[in-house]
Design a protein around this ligand. Sequence first.
Ligand SMILES: CC(C)(COP(=O)(O)OP(=O)(O)OC[C@H]1O[C@@H](n2cnc3c(N)ncnc32)[C@H](O)[C@@H]1OP(=O)(O)O)[C@@H](O)C(=O)NCCC(=O)NCCS
Length: 158
Amino acid sequence: MLIRAFLDDDLPSVHAVQLQCPHAAQWREDDYVRLAGIPGGMILIAQVTTAGTPEVVGFAAFHRVSDEAELHNLAVNPAHRRRGVARALLQEGIRKLQEAGTRRVFLEVRASNLPAVGLYASAGFTLHATRRGYYQNPVEDAMVMALDVIPASRIPSR
Ligand SMILES: CC(C)(COP(=O)(O)OP(=O)(O)OC[C@H]1O[C@@H](n2cnc3c(N)ncnc32)[C@H](O)[C@@H]1OP(=O)(O)O)[C@@H](O)C(=O)NCCC(=O)NCCS
């Protein structure tokens, strides 16, 4: 599996993955292009190659402002789940954010989205706050989760 930066040509594949994932934020194609183009915007792609044919199987969209960042969207094609795709996207995103000086990463997730909550907890995110009735259709609380990122300069080199 390859984790790489989003290219404009990925747009149809990214949108197709999103449409297969009702729990992902449902964005228009323009939203991805805009995020990829703004300072601090970062979209990562997970690509798997089978019999020589590359396929986009997941993506993660982040936005960094100063030393804080937010995970805005994340989805993995249902046919490729539970193989570490989301974990790899998160790890690489956090590594890049850390390099850019990020100290804290936030995200919001539906309280009932147990796969996502499990993923974030396994990556070290903890509950920061609960936003009552934040989501619509159906109305549901949002869990705001946060991860403290160790500054790259404080990690001892091997
Ligand atoms: C949440 C989602 C991104 C996880 O993607 P994935 O590639 O299957 O996740 P991974 O294989 O990397 O799983 C990493 C860890 O997350 C947790 N996890 C993932 N799926 C889980 C599930 N269905 N139930 C419980 N825990 C789960 C586990 O701890 C897992 O580690 P393990 O497989 O060693 O037990 C995927 O289910 C998805 O696209 N869901 C729809 C969109 C969505 O909910 N996005 C998040 C919006 S906030």
